[in-house]
Design a protein around this ligand. Sequence first.
Ligand code: EPS
Length: 386
Amino acid sequence: MALTYRTAGESHGPALTTIIEGLPAGLPLTPDDIDADLARRQLGYGRGGRQKIETDRVQVTAGIRHGRTLGSPVALMVMNRDFANWSEDRMAIWEPASEVEPITLPRPGHADLAGMQKYETDDLRNILERASARETAARVAAGGVAKALLRRYGMEVRSHVVQVGPEEAPRRDDLSLSDFDGVDESPVRALDAEASDRMRAAIKAAGQASDTLGGIFEIWVFDPIPGLGSHVSGDARLDGRIGQAMLGIQAIKGVELGAGFELGRIRGSEAHDEIFWSEDRGYHRRTNRSGGLEGGMTHGAPLVVRAAMKPIATLSRPLASVDVHSKEATAAFKERSDICAVPAAAVIGEAVVAFVLAQALVDKFGGDSVASLDAAVDRYRAVLAS
Ligand code: EPS
């Protein structure tokens, strides 16, 4: 069975739900496998008031017994504590206790206007609630499970923020797993202390100007098993699957794999990673411009994915819009929001990349139980070593 997940839930509804199907039985899991990432997603300088209300913790309602998966769908729930403030009226499931006016001033950069047209509603809350990046908590929950599966086979997923607005961190192509130790202690999840200070100052200045900032983050996956993904069809290529997963995150507008767009500017002799072999290392590369991917497959070097996030579209100094009732020019709807969420987006990026790799792992090695997955991976590793 293919490994898939689906989320449900509105930003200010009762809860977020994640259902994961196709996990092998017998995978050991602890609450911390999920909760640690949920907590990391809530960090970052520049978050708004909502994070003071929420303390995200997972509740498992199906699929796990005595700390191990059963092979049945795993259902995860993250409560929205803020729902208590919305349940009577604005987000009442049934008839609201008092009349709720529709919100008719779509925000540029949000799903509001196109969503109102598509779903034929004059109330942008009907769109906003699901378009909100609150939903990413549910994806991070799925990612925590995927990471536990990957970790079993020696694969570790990390992230760092490389740019906030105009402030860039020095480019690093040589990172190792231990370089990421302590990255969560930076208020913007940057590896370089000086860049971290500049990024923090940029967020502060944007906030003081009632504005918002985007940025760029990078995901690294260490020790991927070679041969995950496939060259045989476009939709089997890991490049495409990772691109889809990353671009499926709210506000992500660009993705690069390895040297990415730079590869369009240089010659082939400078662009590719020459192949070497030694007794102790087997096949290896001295460069990683491919970001660990060739022909839509992992080749064993770290997977490196970069993504650009646009600035948050809810502005406290709102942009020009039009009232969908009167068609009069007006300022867009204004709501409490974040100034910058790039540090959180990096954690979300880890989750979606982890899930794509876990899917590729299950696609390749199959099996209804981790015991059969273990055996298939061991056999394959023995073939690679021979
Ligand atoms: C979001 C708006 C803000 C963010 C939210 C995403 O929520 P609120 O409208 O409740 O202040 O805080 O992100 C989260 C709640 C979260 O947990 O990440 C949006 O419009 O996308």
